[in-house]
Structures are given as C-alpha cells and as structure tokens.
Design a protein around this ligand. Structure first.
Ligand SMILES: NC(=O)c1ccc[n+]([C@@H]2O[C@H](COP(=O)([O-])OP(=O)(O)OC[C@H]3O[C@@H](n4cnc5c(N)ncnc54)[C@H](OP(=O)(O)O)[C@@H]3O)[C@@H](O)[C@H]2O)c1
Length: 228
C-alpha cells in the first residue's frame, strides 16, 4: 500500500491526480480546506478526506496527525494547493499568495517529515509553475514572459527553491518540482486556456511514482527537466 496525501485535492489538477493514483492502488488522502468540498470529492473518488488549510498551522498539524495515527507513515506528498492572486498588488494580497503557495509548503513539509521518514520510498512533488522560472520569465519567446502575475510568479519561484533546498537537506527523501502544463481549471477559467486536468495530472503521477533511485532536486515538466 502506498499512502498518499494531496493538498488542495477537492478539484482541478489535485482531484484528477487523486483519481489516477487511486487507480494505481494508492491510499489517497484528499486534503481540502473546506470540509464539505473535501468530503464530497473524497466520496466521489473513494478516497479519504482530511481537513487541511495550508495557511493554518493547527489544521496542517491535525491533518498529518490523523494520517500518522491511521497509517504510521506517508509515502507520497503532493503540494498542489495554490492560488493565482491576480486580484491585487498590495501587501495583503502578497501575504495571502505567498502564505498559500510558498509558506504552505514549509508548513506541510515540516509536519510530514516524521511520517515521510517512516516510508521505504518517500517522494514529495511540488506542483509549482514555469511562471516561477527565471529562465522562462526573462525569455520573450516564452508565454511566461508576458504573464502579468508578479505575485504568483514570485511565490512559485519560492516554491521551486524550497523544493530544491529540501532535496539537499533531506537526502533520504525525493523532492521534485513540476510545471504541470497549462490546464483548464477554475484557476485559469478567466483566460479560457489550457488542456484537461486529466492530462496534467498524468505529469504529477509520473513524479509521484518515481522509483527509489529516481531523481531529486529537479524542476520538470512532462518532457523532462526545465531550466530554472
Ligand atoms: N491550471 C494551470 O494552468 C496551472 C499551471 C501551472 C501550475 N498550476 C498549479 O497547479 C496547482 C493546482 O491548480 P489548479 O489549476 O488545479 O487550480 P484550482 O482548480 O483552482 O485548484 C486549486 C486548489 O487549491 C486549493 N487551495 C487554495 N488555497 C488553499 C489553502 N489555503 N489550503 C488548502 N487548499 C487550498 C483549492 O481549494 P478551494 O476549492 O477551497 O479553493 C483547490 O482545491 C496550483 O498549485 C497551481 O498553481 C496550475
């Protein structure tokens, strides 16, 4: 049995990732900040539900405590929860975006580390973004160059950096960051762009199911490693 936790899994890419990992036989915990949305998603998939708001220390601690009591370990952690934060360019908006997209990774990782250390093949996937790649946002030929999403990009750069730093400080655990591909979800609905969440979830599943000798400290999309 592979025990898996996905944050922000009540919809979008996280929900589809849960669905695909369940097919592969994982025991999947849907982390969701809203209990009703999370319970409905878990019931629809045959997954388990934990209330988990990545911006709330008590919620994160309680969620990992629940998994620890039930399973005694965590094999796969997917940091998927995220917000676009395109509704302002001010301190409160910046705090909310960084709290969710970057600080949330620290909260959940720190709470999960003792359980990940109990796994024979612990793997952490950060659903980051190429909007947080310095290579992409400084290259006029890339779509990320033209995105007016400064807070999102900066918070995803931090998410990728945290993933790389955890890979170095936790050599027994694989930490990889992913650009999942532009996807039609509630996050991108206003732009009317993107492929299906099913397709992007396949890229998450690939990194979530690496062998024990798989890579760590990388930033990838479905085709392999991306420049930083
Ligand atoms: N869509 C794309 O093109 C694209 C491209 C690159 C990267 N990504 C990344 O992919 C990930 C998933 O995004 P998506 O496109 O699937 O968007 P989505 O459908 O809007 O899903 C985002 C998920 O994050 C959850 N979330 C937000 N704040 C949270 C918090 N404080 N605690 C726990 N959960 C929280 C949302 O829960 P609620 O339902 O409660 O709001 C929702 O379940 C994000 O990290 C995003 O940045 C997406």
């Amino acid at each position: 049995m592979t025990i898996t936790l996905i944050t922000g899994a009540n919809k979008g890419i996280g929900f589809e990732t849960a669905k695909q990992l369940l097919v592969l036989g994982h025991v999947v915990y849907i982390g969701a900040r809203d209990a009703r949305r999370g319970e409905e998603a878990a019931a629809a998939l045959g997954a388990r539900f934990v209330q988990l708001d990545v911006t709330d220390d008590a919620s994160v601690s309680s969620a990992l405590g629940t998994i620890g009591s039930a399973e005694g370990r965590l094999d796969v952690l997917v940091h998927n929860a995220g917000v676009l934060g395109d509704d302002g360019m001010d301190g409160p908006t910046a705090l909310r975006v960084f709290d969710t997209n970057a600080v949330g990774i620290v909260r959940v990782t720190e709470a999960a580390l003792p359980l990940l250390r109990e796994s024979a093949n612990p793997t952490v996937v950060t659903v980051s973004s190429s909007a947080g790649s310095f290579w992409a946002v400084t290259n006029p030929d890339r779509p990320e160059f033209h995105l007016p999403l400064a807070l999102y990009s900066a918070s995803k750069a931090a998410a990728t950096m945290l993933t790389v730093q955890y890979a170095k400080s936790q050599p027994g655990i694989k930490f990889n960051a992913l650009e999942p591909g532009t996807t039609a979800t509630d996050m991108t609905a206003a732009f009317g762009i993107g492929r299906s969440p099913e397709e992007s979830a396949r890229a998450v599943v690939r990194l979530a199911t690496l062998d024990a000798d798989g890579p760590t400290g990388t930033f990838q999309d479905e085709n392999g490693e991306l420049p930083w």
